[in-house]
Design a protein around this ligand. Structure first.
Ligand code: 2HG
Ligand code: ZN
Length: 426
């Protein structure tokens, strides 16, 4: 998505953000907060001529406690730089995602990004301990506590996590970092069918227990695309599905032993037809690249229609199969991949160019299908500009109304990231 704006502001402190918002509030000027601009739903892109408030210069670490692993930093810190910072201190960030090289932690929070470590460390709603937020009228709300337990009233920070800059501007965060695992092992597997992908997941959970840290899947078309556009090759024999299993634990040999006995069992029982293991960093990175770079390969394939849905895990791939049959030769590729361990499917469709008739076959079909399973039409990428009109497929009118009331309470003039997240009122 492209946008344009005549004004770009780059404050360094929350006081500067407060001055900007107080001014905009008085003059009734719309503001679009922007982090690393890596979102997939247009939340950080101005629709008309909104003032862009960039967090790029708010990139300082405030403190790090090396006993508790609590990091306090400004919203514009780049995720990969924070990872490096805490890794030097023997910790890791509780989230990791493909866009880590440019996304900002403030943007991650504003969209409640999921990513590759969700299965192990859970949602940001659990790992974020405190936030500092500047409200629409310029008030600085300092809820930047670093406490694990705090039941003093409503948990206000939760309102801003996932609100995509529509309720306030996140300026700083306090986040709990887990200790850096001593051992990270990865297995890359080929599965003969989706039923086996599911069975392998159950087996993994049982045989690997607490060391399982990621369970990702991709289909054969994804592999074809990363090969064609990025020259990455499959480390296992060609299969209808591929699975990446990661373990993170405290002892390399112990974890490798667990992983190889799991692999032996999976191969022996026919759940998996081929597999490879990585214990060193180079090969681990190479295996992760196959999964992490699918989005990049898709972008090189043509126009991409993107969907990010939560579904009951046993129905997850049926949507891809249904769509392939429905779209026929209209689409170049219909692919399914994602965070299977979290019930999150990334459904992407590519075509030579944008076509209204293809879009008409995709929507509302994908949303109705998802709603039919009581799924979510936005699992981890947010709502932004692109999905705001479809919220009703996953939320009842009463919930949408309450969201509108909260928006009116916190931003009565509607200056914060207008036209985003909530359905536009008729
Ligand atoms: C991923 O898991 C990202 O790779 C991007 O969330 C997914 O591009 C997509 O659809
Ligand atoms: Zn994802």
């Amino acid at each position: 998505m492209r946008g344009c704006s005549k004004v770009l502001l780059k404050p360094r402190t929350s006081e500067e953000v407060s001055h900007i918002l107080r001014y905009c509030h008085e003059k009734n000027l719309a503001v679009n907060t922007q982090g690393g601009n890596t979102g997939l739903v247009g939340g950080s892109v101005p629709v008309f001529d909104e003032i862009i408030l960039s967090t790029a210069l708010m990139n300082q670490v405030v403190s790090f406690q090396d006993i508790s692993g609590i990091l306090v930093c400004q919203a514009g810190c780049i995720l990969e730089e924070l990872s490096r910072y805490v890794e030097e201190r023997d910790f890791i960030m509780p989230l990791d995602l493909g866009a880590k090289g440019s996304c900002h932690i403030g943007g991650n929070l504003a969209t409640n990004a999921g990513g590759l470590r969700f299965l192990r460390y859970g949602s940001l709603r659990g790992t974020v301990l405190g936030l500092e937020v500047v409200l629409a009228d310029g008030t600085i709300l300092n809820c930047l506590t670093s406490l694990r337990k705090d039941n003093t009233g409503y948990d206000l920070k939760q309102l801003f996590i996932g609100s995509e800059g529509t309720l306030g501007v996140i300026t700083a965060v306090s986040i709990l970092c887990p200790p850096k695992p001593r051992a990270v092992n990865v297995a890359f597997l080929g599965c003969p069918g989706f039923a086996e992908v599911l069975q392998t997941f159950s087996t993994c959970k049982r045989m690997l227990g607490e060391i399982l840290s990621a369970y990702e899947f991709m289909d054969a078309e994804c592999m074809q695309l990363v090969r064609q556009h990025l020259q990455l090759t499959s480390p296992v024999q060609e299969s209808p599905f591929y699975v990446l299993v990661e373990t993170s634990g405290s002892k390399v040999e112990h974890d490798a032993e667990k992983l190889s006995s799991f692999l032996e069992h999976a191969l022996g029982s026919g759940l998996v037809t081929d597999g490879t293991l990585a214990t060193d960093q180079g090969k681990t990175k190479m295996l992760w690249a196959l999964r992490e770079r699918i989005t990049e390969a898709l972008a090189r394939d043509g126009y991409v229609y993107k969907y990010d849905v939560s579904l009951p895990v046993d129905r997850l791939y049926d949507l891809v199969i249904d769509l392939r049959a429905r779209l026929g030769s209209q689409a170049k590729h219909v692919v399914g991949y994602g965070h299977l361990g979290d019930g999150n499917l990334h459904l992407n469709v590519t075509a030579e160019a944008f076509s209204p008739s293809l879009l008409g076959d995709l929507e509302p079909y994908v949303y109705e299908w998802t709603a039919g399973q009581r799924g979510s039409v936005s699992a981890e990428h947010g709502v932004g500009f692109k999905k705001q009109s479809v919220l009703g497929y996953s939320k009842p009118p009463e919930a949408l109304q309450l969201m509108q009331q909260l928006k009116t309470l916190l931003d009565p003039q509607g200056i914060l990231n207008p036209y985003k997240t909530l359905p536009t009122r008729a």
